[in-house]
Design a protein around this ligand. Sequence first.
Ligand SMILES: [Zn+2]
Length: 217
Amino acid sequence: MIGPPGAGKGTQARLLVEKTGFYHFITSREGKEYIAKHKAEDLETARQEKLYKEGILFEPEWLLRAQKERVGEILADNNIAGIVFDGSPRTLFEAENLPAFLSESVGKENIVGIVVDVSAEETKKRAGERLVCNKNENHVVSTRLNIGVKIGDKCPICDGVLQKRDLDAEIDERVRQYQERTVPGIEYLKKNYKVFIINGAQPVEKIHADIMAALQF
Ligand SMILES: [Zn+2]
């Protein structure tokens, strides 16, 4: 499941996981867990932790190593019928290597790319609709999806207060990174695997329905 920042791919991955029972592979979370497990014995992994804390993406070669180990563990669990990769592949390197690795276990025909697509303009508009908790920046609420929520409301998760954050520069940078690093990966996937482009500028339920129809579930 791939898409530009703010496309709602995380929401769509979660809905797909709820419907299918597939394993929800959130790249950033899996990376952090791998770091916690291996940083003591592995300098390269310890270095990734430093990058992550500075807000820099994991190095692709290291990420692939971590992904291979975790995917091996997940596929060894017979109760898992599939994996939804949430936020992968994010680079051309990952697009060339992760599906190729998966092909060895599950077959190329069982790998499907879903691009939840929205325009750069829509991404920026949506970023402006996000309110962020003043106590924890991971607590984010969209005024588009949660009608009536406004600045100064109580955070739904903790006792913080929702604020607007000036994200323009940050969003521009994330959009630029997506176009420079991720789009070439999508182009590669299109040439080598089944890829569905889903219109992400629709209501959440309609996007989900389009994804289920594309996957023939
Ligand atoms: Zn909060």
